[in-house]
Design a protein around this ligand. Structure first.
Ligand SMILES: Nc1ncnc2c1ncn2[C@@H]1O[C@H](COP(=O)(O)OP(=O)(O)OP(=O)(O)O)[C@@H](O)[C@H]1O
Length: 399
C-alpha cells in the first residue's frame, strides 16, 4: 500500500499546531528573536516505542532523544519502520507500547494519547498534500485558520512564508499550475508559516528529480535551522541523510541499530548492515591475518587490506572476514605506485574527474577515482586507504 492510501490524517493543508501556541507563533512572525523561537523547539524523547499491526511488529523498542533545535534524520530501507516512528511522533498512530515526550509534555504513554492537533508540530509529506482547489497562498494561509488572526494578517504571513521558499511571485497559482518542486515548496511554506517548534518530514524529496532534490534539500536545511525548530526527517537515501542531519538514526527491521552524527556513522558503523546501507565501493572476502586493537588485517585474493574491525571480542586468525570499502577510500594508483592489481571495467565522467569500476582478484570496486579517464580493459593498480575500510566477520566466526 502506498503512503497516500494509508495516510488518514491530517487533511491536506491542516497545520498540527496547538491553540495554546497561537500567540507565541504569531509573535514570532512579528519579529521575535531567533533565540526566543528556539526556546519553543521541544526536546523529543521516545522511550521503548513499539508498534504492532496484527502479527507485524513494525517498530520494536525504539528509544531516542532529539535535543531542542537539532535535526534528526531517520534512515533505513523500505519497511524498516521509519514512517511508523514518525507517525507515532506526529500522533497519527497510537503506539502499542512506550512513551513519547515533546518538551515537558508526555504526548503518548500509559493511557495517554494526545491527538496530532495538540502536539504543536507541522508535517511535510512525500506527496505534498495540497488542496487542489486553493491557490498557493490559500493553501499556506489555511495552516493559520485555527488561529485568531485577521484574514489580512493570515494573507500577509502566508505571502511572507511563500517569499521565504522563493515562491513570492506564484502565490496566486493553483497546485495544478505548479511543478512538483514548487508544490513541495508550498507545502514547506505551509509547514513553516505557523512557526511550530517541531517540524516532521516524511520523505519530502522522493518525488522530485535530482537537481530539484538537491536545491530543496539545501533550502529545507537552511529554513528549518533559521527557524530554530527541532526537525525529524525520514529517508532511505544515505546521501540526503548525511547532508541534512545533525544526528542520524539508522533503522533495521523496526530496530534502531545506530544513533550518531553522520561522521560517526560513516567512520565507525555499528554493523555490516549499517556500513552497506551508508555506502560502499565494494566488498572483498578474505581471512583474518591479525588484529591490532581496533584494526584488523585481512588477507584477500587481491592483496592484504587493513580496516576497522566491526566486532567486539577477539576473533582468531584465519576467521573468514569481509573487507567493506568506502567510496572515499579508493583511487587509481599513479604510475609506479603500489596497489591492488586489477582491470578497468567501466569509466564514468563525474565533472570533477572520473570514477572507474575495477575488477580485482575475488571482487570488484566501484567509485575508483582518477583525474583522467582510463580506458576499459587497461591493467591498473588501486590504492585503498585503511581509514575507509571496515572489517566484518562472517556470522559463524563471531565470538
Ligand atoms: N497500517 C499497516 N498495517 C499493517 N502493516 C503495516 C502498516 N503500516 C506499516 N506496516 C508494516 O510495518 C513495517 C514498517 O513499515 P513503515 O512504513 O514504517 O516502514 P518504512 O521504513 O517507512 O518503509 P517505506 O520507506 O517503504 O515507507 C512494514 O513491514 C510495513 O509493511
Amino acid at each position: 500500500m502506498t503512503k497516500t492510501m494509508t495516510r488518514r490524517w491530517p487533511l491536506p493543508g491542516r497545520a498540527l499546531a496547538a491553540p495554546a501556541a497561537v500567540a507565541d507563533a504569531v509573535s514570532a512572525q512579528r519579529g521575535e528573536s531567533p533565540g526566543q523561537q528556539a526556546d519553543r523547539a521541544p526536546r523529543v524523547a521516545v522511550d521503548g516505542l513499539r508498534k504492532t499491526y496484527g502479527a507485524v511488529e513494525a517498530v520494536s523498542d525504539v528509544s531516542l532523544v532529539v535535543e531542542p533545535g537539532r535535526f534528526l534524520v531517520l534512515l533505513g530501507p523500505s519497511g524498516s519502520g521509519k514512517s511508523t516512528v514518525l507517525r507515532c511522533i506526529a500522533g497519527i498512530e497510537v503506539p502499542s507500547r512506550g512513551s513519547i515526550r515533546l518538551g515537558g509534555t508526555m504526548v503518548d504513554g500509559p493511557d495517554i494519547h494526545l491527538p496530532p492537533e495538540r502536539r504543536d508540530l507541522a508535517m511535510v509529506f512525500q506527496d505534498y498534500a495540497l488542496w487542489p482547489h486553493l491557490s498557493a497562498e490559500q493553501n499556506v494561509a489555511f495552516a493559520l485558520k485555527r488561529r485568531s488572526l485577521e484574514r489580512a494578517e493570515r494573507r500577509r504571513l502566508a505571502r511572507e512564508a511563500l517569499e521565504r521558499v522563493g515562491l513570492g511571485d506564484k502565490a496566486a497559482r493553483f497546485p495544478g499550475e505548479l511543478s512538483g518542486g514548487e508544490q513541495q515548496r508550498v507545502a514547506l511554506a505551509r509547514a513553516l508559516v505557523a512557526r511550530t517548534g517541531l517540524v516532521l518530514f516524511d520523505e519530502p524529496l522522493s518525488n522530485l528529480d535530482a537537481d530539484l532534490r538537491e536545491q530543496l534539500r539545501i533550502d529545507i536545511g537552511a529554513l528549518v535551522r533559521d527557524q530554530g525548530a527541532t526537525a525529524i526527517y525520514i529517508t532511505h537515501d544515505q546521501a540526503e541523510a548525511f547532508a541534512l542531519a545533525d544526528v542520524v538514526g539508522v533503522l533495521e527491521r523496526g530496530r534502531l541499530v545506530q544513533f550518531g552524527t553522520p561522521e560517526e556513522i560513516y567512520r565507525a558503523p555499528a554493523s555490516a548492515f549499517v556500513a552497506r546501507f551508508t555506502g560502499l565501493a565494494g566488498e572483498l572476502a578474505g581471512t583474518l591475518a591479525d588484529v591490532r586493537g581496533e584494526q584488523a588485517v585481512v588477507q584477500t585474493a587481491a592483496g592484504t587490506l587493513t580496516g576497522r574491525l566491526l566486532a567486539s571480542g577477539r576473533p582468531g586468525r584465519g576467521a573468514s572476514a569481509e573487507v567493506l570499502v568506502r567510496p572515499s577510500a579508493v583511487r587509481l594508483a599513479a604510475e609506479g605506485e603500489p596497489g591492488l592489481d586489477g582491470e578497468v571495467l567501466d569509466a564514468a565522467f563525474r565533472g570533477w574527474g572520473y570514477e572507474h569500476v575495477v575488477a580485482l582478484a575475488g571482487g570488484r570496486l566501484r567509485n575508483v577515482a582518477a583525474p583522467a579517464r582510463v580506458p576499459v580493459g587497461r591493467r591498473v593498480r588501486v590504492q585503498v586507504d585503511p581509514a575507509g575500510c571496515l572489517v566484518a566477520l562472517r556470522p559463524a566466526e563471531r565470538r
